[in-house]
Ligand binder design. Sequence first.
Ligand SMILES: C[S@@+](CC[C@H](N)C(=O)[O-])C[C@H]1O[C@@H](n2cnc3c(N)ncnc32)[C@H](O)[C@@H]1O
Length: 206
Amino acid sequence: MTFDRAYWEQLWTKTLREHPDKVAQRPPNAHLIAEVAGLRPGRALDAGCGHGAETLWLAAHGWKVTAVDFSASALAHGQSTAEALGADIAERIAWVEGDLAVWTPPRDHFDLVVCLYVHVAGSVEDMVRRMASGVAPGGALFMVGHRPIDPATGKPTAAASQVQVSVESAAAGLDPNGWERVVAEERPRAVAGTGVDAVILARRVT
Ligand SMILES: C[S@@+](CC[C@H](N)C(=O)[O-])C[C@H]1O[C@@H](n2cnc3c(N)ncnc32)[C@H](O)[C@@H]1O
């Protein structure tokens, strides 16, 4: 299977049409809330933002967010949700259509770069490096990846055919002299029986 723009655009169009309630009710990511709630708000990038649940949460908590995805339908949905929530939220968010396989954040620009459950074509280590390049000194990189095998059962998960970030690939992509690993571990996912997530929070020290 190819997880390209056409695949995601079709999936988002179908999901937003057939399950708007589920999409609207999906809470923002629990790992993100746990790790980021204590950070001082500034400029954030939500790379692979989807329909924007985390982007909206960040904006509501004072962050000025750049939200990037290559699905135009997901971005349009996120933008209209933000507008319905009010100008104070909507004006904090820039929705950007871009392909994260090549899109590079402005260097040293963001206080927080978030990248949740994104599989891109090419090396995941390169993706980690690309995302890390957008973090300003003192800022944070937060990435989560659904692991392909459920350690409890040894069976493939819904992410089995994707290559998402792992603890190992994040370590390989981040220079240990420039980054402090605050969290780098596998944690159970919110939905029981769906395996584990690799959760990475790293702080740029230089
Ligand atoms: C599994 S969803 C996760 C969405 C959101 N981060 C979340 O946690 O709910 C993956 C998202 O990444 C986007 N995506 C995948 N590959 C991408 C790429 N190469 N460039 C931009 N967006 C991409 C998809 O359109 C989709 O919205």
